[in-house]
Design a protein around this ligand. Structure first.
Ligand SMILES: Nc1nc2c(c(=O)[nH]1)N[C@H]1C(S)=C(S)[C@@H](COP(=O)(O)O)O[C@H]1N2
Ligand SMILES: [Mo]
Length: 421
């Protein structure tokens, strides 16, 4: 099953049912936003309310696409071995050290040798006053669709960095997790120290994460503790975290950089399909659903373009800017958040959710995703191409296709649809 499809399992079910029912009440010609308006004013049955109430916004832990490397992969080690290497909560440890290859000065390194490495109890002590929760999307730089949408909980990395008392000559932090005691298997990432120590307005901190969707982080998701960098691609969010190094090097010494990736790229705004029908009937509306990732440039619109195949596309138009793009509807926030949360209810998430109303402060949320839907109609039989894209908050169409990739998957998605008489 395609990953977007998996993420949206429940979602596509309810939207399909929803669209069928719209058809049944003869409202197919209305846009979804018109339907919402009608529903709000009590003119239509509460179909939409029901559909949205079941929408699986957060991804269940077991439905995340998984990218942890290693031979053997750390999460597949047996329970004994996991305990032995510090990958269970009881035996977990984290060191914060100055990089010996630079001239960084750190007053009180947290090290196993000195017996003061941070343990899980120490992390929980910090969590009592410092813990944060936020929802953000996990996407691989090279992945066509997101790995999953998570509610992450953890302690800001800076709290632990401060414990070590960095003093002089620290420009970056690099960090890595368990790697089978084989340096060649180390998966490392890095950040400017400024990003660790402070957050741009409206941005969440870089965290040492120990819970996903209100449950302890599982071994496969990088537990007991992984890094989450909310605004960047997944390679920065190192799993099975064991060591943070403070360095005076100004270079991004990331494993992913050595693998020919741009490691400093922020999440991109883009649209992906979830459900497109293979065959539809001419003149009859059909339901399309999808997901839009809200990246650095924000999201103002999702658009689609249905064009007959074989019709030559405009020349010198690599961004398809001359396509007949039409607006789809961005779905509102769900009442039930999915992700396996009990009753789909969120624990308090003050940075994103208003405690009194239970509604998000802003929608769509940045560095997260939003679902979208629309009804399409093709007048004549034939083969069609359906494309989707977004318009970011600056009015720029995204993704902006580029001949060079590696800074976040950025092609406009295309689906094929056969229209029958
Ligand atoms: N230790 C470790 N952490 C890692 C990786 C890895 O291979 N090893 N892969 C990274 C990459 S490239 C991605 S996209 C994300 C994927 O996170 P997920 O498996 O929870 O979806 O994990 C990141 N963290
Ligand atoms: Mo990745």
């Amino acid at each position: 099953m395609d990953n977007t499809e998996r993420i949206a399992r429940e979602h596509s079910d309810v939207t399909r049912r929803y669209f069928l029912q719209i058809g049944a009440v003869g409202a197919a010609a209305l846009s979804i936003s018109e339907l919402w308006a009608a529903e709000q004013s009590g003119q239509t049955p509460p179909l939409l309310a029901e559909a949205i109430s079941k929408l699986g916004y957060l991804t269940r832990e077991e439905d995340f696409k998984n990218y942890g490397r290693g031979k053997p992969k750390p999460h597949t080690l047996g329970p004994e071995k996991l305990r032995e290497v510090g990958l269970v909560r009881d035996t977990w440890w984290l060191e914060v050290l100055p990089d010996r290859e630079s001239n960084s000065e750190v007053e009180r390194p947290l090290s196993r040798a000195s017996g003061n490495a941070l343990d899980f109890a120490g992390l929980m002590k910090l969590a009592e006053t410092r813990t944060v929760r936020f929802m953000s999307v996990m996407t691989c730089t090279n992945g066509r669709s997101p790995c999953g949408m998570g509610l992450w909980e953890g302690v800001p990395m800076r709290e632990v960095v401060w414990l070590a008392r960095p003093k002089r000559n620290v420009r970056r932090a690099f960090y890595y997790g368990y790697h089978n005691d084989d340096p060649a298997q180390r998966f490392q990432s890095s950040l400017p120290i400024g990003r660790v120590l402070e957050d741009p307005p409206g941005e969440h901190p870089v965290i040492l994460c120990y819970k996903l969707n209100n449950e302890w982080l599982t071994p496969v998701r990088g537990g007991p503790v992984r890094v989450i960098v909310p605004e960047e691609y997944g390679n920065r969010s190192v799993k099975w975290l064991q060591r943070i190094m403070l360095t005076n090097s100004f270079k991004a010494n990331d494993t992913y950089a050595e693998w020919n990736n741009d490691t400093v790229s922020h999440l991109k705004t883009c649209a992906r399909f979830i459900h497109t029908p293979e065959k539809i009937k001419a003149g009859e509306p059909a339901a399309i659903t999808g997901v839009a990732q809200v990246g650095m440039s924000g999201l103002s619109k999702v658009q689609y373009w249905l064009s007959p195949q074989g019709k030559t596309l405009a020349k010198d138009d690599p961004y398809f800017s001359k396509g007949q793009w039409k607006d789809a509807d961005i779905l509102p926030p769900p009442d039930h958040w999915g992700g396996g949360l009990e009753d789909g209810k969120l624990p308090p998430v003050p940075s994103q959710i208003d405690a009194a109303s239970g509604k998000p402060h802003e929608w769509p949320m940045r560095n997260a995703f939003a679902h979208w839907a629309t009804l399409i109609t093709a007048p004549r039989p034939g083969k069609y191409d359906l494309r989707c894209r977004t318009i970011d908050s600056n009015g720029v169409a995204q993704p902006m296709p580029r001949p060079f990739a590696k800074s976040g998957h950025n092609a406009i998605q295309k689906a094929q649809i056969v229209v029958e008489a």
